[in-house]
Write a protein that binds this ligand. Structure first.
Ligand code: ATP
Length: 253
C-alpha cells in the first residue's frame, strides 16, 4: 500500500433535495491496492459514499481529490442487482462498456472472453441471463466491470441477494481475482463475516450522517482461504467489527 491515497474524501457532506442529510463531515482516504469495506447498518450512508466516488452524485460540501486525473475515469461499479441486458448474451453484456467506448466487437472479443474466463464463465459466452443462476449472473456483472481494466472497483453489496454457499464461493473468487488484478476495491456490505474475510481495512459507519465509528486494519499478507475463516484472527476481527456495529445500531436506536 502506498503512502499517498488514490483518492481522498475531505469534509464531505451530502444532503438530498428532500432534506435528508446522509453524510456530514466525512473524511476518508482510500489507498492504492487496498480492499476497503464500508460496514454499517442500513441507511448509514454507505451507498452514498460509493455513489459520490463513482461520480453518480455530487457532494453538497467538501471535495473528492484523486491522486492523478485519469484515476477517476478508471473505475467500475458493481451493484447488488447484476443489471444485465436480458436480451443480450453473456458475451454481449460484458462487451457493452467497450461497445459504448466505440470498440468493435472483433477488436474487443479477446478481452471479453478473457474477462468471462476470469470469472469462470468462458463456456457460457452465448448464454442469455435467464439461462444463468444468480451467482453466474453476478459473475457476469463482475466480468463486465473487469473488462475495462479498472484501477478501482466499487462494489455495492454485490452478493447480498445470493445464498450463503454461493456468497462464500464468490468471496473466494473475489480474493483470487484481486490477487490477479491488484485493483483497489471499495466494497459495501452489511455482513461482518464478508468484511472480515475480504478486507485489508474495515470502516464501520453509523447513523446519523455516516459517522465513522471504527477502523479495523487487517494484515494484507494474510492468505484468505478456508483456514482463515476458521482462525482466531478471523474471529477477533469479526468480534471487533461486531462490537462496533453493535454500538452503531445502539446509537441509532
Ligand atoms: N436519492 C436519495 N434521495 C433522498 N434520500 C436518499 C437518497 N439516497 C439515499 N437517501 C437517504 O440517505 C441515507 C443514506 O442512504 P444510503 O443508501 O447511502 O445508506 P446505506 O448505508 O447504503 O443503506 P443500505 O445498507 O440500506 O443500502 C438514508 O437515510 C437514505 O434514505
Amino acid at each position: 500500500m502506498g503512502t499517498d491515497p488514490l483518492l481522498s474524501l475531505q469534509s464531505i457532506a451530502k444532503t438530498f433535495p428532500n432534506g435528508v442529510t446522509a453524510l456530514s463531515g466525512l473524511d476518508l482516504d482510500i489507498y492504492q491496492g487496498e480492499t476497503l469495506t464500508l460496514l454499517g447498518p442500513s441507511g448509514c450512508g454507505k451507498s452514498t459514499v460509493l455513489r459520490l466516488i463513482a461520480g453518480l452524485t455530487q457532494p453538497s460540501e467538501g471535495v473528492i481529490s484523486w491522486a492523478y486525473p485519469r484515476a477517476r475515469k478508471k473505475l467500475s461499479v458493481v451493484f447488488q442487482e447484476p443489471t444485465l441486458l436480458p436480451w443480450a448474451s453473456a458475451f454481449d453484456n460484458v462487451y457493452l462498456p467497450l461497445r459504448l467506448a466505440g470498440e468493435s466487437r472483433a477488436a474487443a472479443g479477446e478481452r471479453v472472453m478473457e474477462a468471462l474466463a476470469r470469472v469462470g464463465l468462458a463456456d457460457f459466452a452465448d448464454a442469455l441471463p435467464r439461462e444463468l443462476s444468480g451467482g453466474m449472473k453476478m459473475r457476469c456483472a463482475i466480468a463486465r466491470a473487469l473488462v475495462t481494466e479498472p484501477a478501482l472497483i466499487l462494489m455495492d453489496e454485490p452478493f447480498a441477494a445470493l445464498d450463503e454457499v454461493t456468497r462464500f464461493k464468490l468471496n473466494d473468487d473475489l480474493v483470487a481475482l484481486k490477487k490477479d488484478l491488484g485493483a483497489t476495491i471499495v466494497f459495501v456490505t452489511h455482513s461482518i463475516f464478508e468484511s472480515a474475510f475480504l478486507s485489508t481495512r474495515i470502516i464501520v459507519m453509523s447513523t446519523p450522517h455516516g459517522k465513522i465509528i471504527d477502523e479495523i486494519d487487517v494484515d494484507p499478507a494474510i492468505v484468505r482461504d478456508a483456514e482463515f475463516r476458521m482462525s482466531d484472527t478471523f474471529a477477533q476481527i469479526s468480534r471487533r467489527a461486531s462490537r462496533a456495529l453493535g454500538h452503531a445500531v445502539r446509537e441509532e436506536a
